[in-house]
Design a protein around this ligand. Sequence first.
Ligand SMILES: C[S@@+](CC[C@H](N)C(=O)[O-])C[C@H]1O[C@@H](n2cnc3c(N)ncnc32)[C@H](O)[C@@H]1O
Length: 334
Amino acid sequence: MTDTVERLSRYRELVDDWPAFIESCRRPLPTVVWANPLRQRALLSLGSSGASDLSAGPDLSAGSDLLTATSILAERLGALSYSSRPVDWYPGALRVFGIDKPGKTLEFYQGLYHVQEEISLVPALLLDAQPGERVLDLCAAPGGKTAQIACHMENTGTLVANDIRPNRLRALRSNCERLGLLNVAVTSNDGTRFPLEVGQFDRVLLDVPCSCEGNVRQSGRIPFEQAGGVRGRAGLQATLLGRAWKLLSPGGVLVYSTCTFAPEENELVLDYVLGEDATIEPVEIEGLRASAGVTEWSGNSLRPDCRNVARFWPHLNDTGGFAAARIRKTEEAR
Ligand SMILES: C[S@@+](CC[C@H](N)C(=O)[O-])C[C@H]1O[C@@H](n2cnc3c(N)ncnc32)[C@H](O)[C@@H]1O
């Protein structure tokens, strides 16, 4: 951990409470799951004993679906002796206590929930995909965010989930199958050359490969060597963003996200690639604390709307580290 603290010290001036930040980096992450109303609905309509025994005639009318799925899930986990409490800022998510292997329960295999680090739920929320839309997830595997988006789209429209690595796409396909996702088309392209012939999309998620500094709580160290360092990734991130921007329709929304603290992989990439046809929009998520994005770094002044990049330091919400930006393309752009 000493090496890691030394590495992180380059961010000292960006962090409001350094001792709290370092202390939180030493702690393991809470376990978080989100309820899948699509699967719950399917199992209930089939009369599967797996879902119905604890449901006692839930009201599955529109609007109560997610609430019902979440409370059924909490009950099911309770019956397995795992207590849980809702994540205030993300409807359907639960923090679960005392569970060692959340990916090894019958409920998981039935697709009633998905396991995901809490802060990585943010990008899909910011993307706000709607039923019936055309959506692209350019770096999608193993598919946690794809799955969230498919649920937000209520299994309608088209969601293209792309990743360059076929072995990681196997995990994505298996997640789609387990969770009952029907609107996902899986492709394996280099995102920097994703075919423009496919046409433009209403929304694009670009959850780029990064140096993963924000995952420090998963292992107590930063997987620096494996990730190639903060500067090594910036070129690929910028090229991916350039292509993703071309694939976005006028008036559309692109969410750029990383699980890293480095401005080189966040604001500097946005500043380098985005032009006048882009606006980084302010984001506020009720119940979730964020700090402002960076507009000055290593002697560089960045575009002013970089302040709207939302930075989630681990101590702010007891999560991993993350950064996300919601960017809108002007109607006049091409
Ligand atoms: C941060 S991970 C994505 C996590 C995923 N969004 C999720 O929520 O499960 C980054 C992904 O980018 C993929 N990747 C790396 N280079 C790529 C490229 N040139 N084109 C497309 N995908 C790429 C990696 O294989 C990796 O799966």
